[in-house]
Write a protein that binds this ligand. Sequence first.
Ligand SMILES: *[C@@H]1O[C@H](CO)[C@@H](O)[C@H](O)[C@H]1NC(C)=O
Ligand SMILES: *[C@@H]1O[C@H](CO)[C@@H](O)[C@H](O)[C@H]1NC(C)=O
Length: 344
Amino acid sequence: MDKLYYSVYFFLLLLPHVILCIADGASIFNISTVPFTQGFSPLFGEPNIKPSTDDQSVRLHLNQYTGSGFKSSDLYNHGFFSAKMKLPSDYTAGIVVAFYTTNGDIFRKTHDELDFEFLGNIKGKAWRFQTNMYGNGSTNRGREERFYLPFDPSKEFHTYSILWTTNNIIFYIDDIPIREIVRNDAMGGDFPSKPMALYATIWDASDWATSGGKYKANYKYAPFVAEFTDLVLHGCTMDPLQEVVDTGCEEKNNQLASADFASITPRQKLAMKRFRSKYTYYSYCYDTLRYPVPPPECVIDPVEKQRFKDTGRLKFDEKHHHRRRGIGEWYVGGGIEVVISGGG
Ligand SMILES: *[C@@H]1O[C@H](CO)[C@@H](O)[C@H](O)[C@H]1NC(C)=O
Ligand SMILES: *[C@@H]1O[C@H](CO)[C@@H](O)[C@H](O)[C@H]1NC(C)=O
């Protein structure tokens, strides 16, 4: 191998670190981060919530006695929510780590919710996660999409973000948008519209999480630890006790809607398409058994549709292929997959 080859090779290896260093002290979206105790309160399992001494990070533990969780102290009338997360390693079947926004404790029958849920794992397999949306209590109209992760999320930190504007919702992994929901009138209240808080939890979901409950939590591997840092709470805060949603947030919501991360560039659109075509293994939009008429926000791509059965699941599940994918193929700052042959 000649010198040039090595330079390119090492540049590619270092690329994620270079970009992370530039963003030090802020999220990758250049928004200031919030110290844990300043922005958040315990939700449950308080002894299992372990903030770092500098208050920039927090660890959530799950042991045989309890899981744990925290929530933002404020509610937000639209916003951008983000964290760098590292998930529990080794055998984590049955363990769910959730990162989500909701107002379920205030609006019990008409709640709104946006979720990332990581579904536990068995060592050596590709991690799976799902995203979902509920609006105004639409709990009988789940909008799950399930994906494999292209990297091992227990090995290093990655950034997971939820953008929620009056017009769209974007789920991000690092700087790659992996799902966008654009609001339209036909969705009515199904598009979240009431103030929500940000939550993060770890809990035992042995009944359903991993391969439909086939693999259960095994406390021989406890405690299960999820680590969060670079927490971002960016939006128009609301008084939780204020019943009526006022219009004081209009200016902030306009700013939010015009932020870089609120619209998808052509380059990101391509990255999103590539991610979705490689890693989606279930989409409610193609689940015609459940939704003979796809919900109004679904954009049906006829070519993509052919890859899914009428259960919304992939016809040919390529999980064996994904299992071998290395972290070297995922870059913060592009998510571009570069295969370096002979690179070791
Ligand atoms: C990040 O944001 C700060 C303040 O909002 C700004 O001064 C700075 O130029 C931004 N950095 C980048 C790389 O965009
Ligand atoms: C939300 O649900 C409530 C109760 O079902 C209903 O009265 C209200 O009109 C709905 N709001 C929207 C925006 O659809």
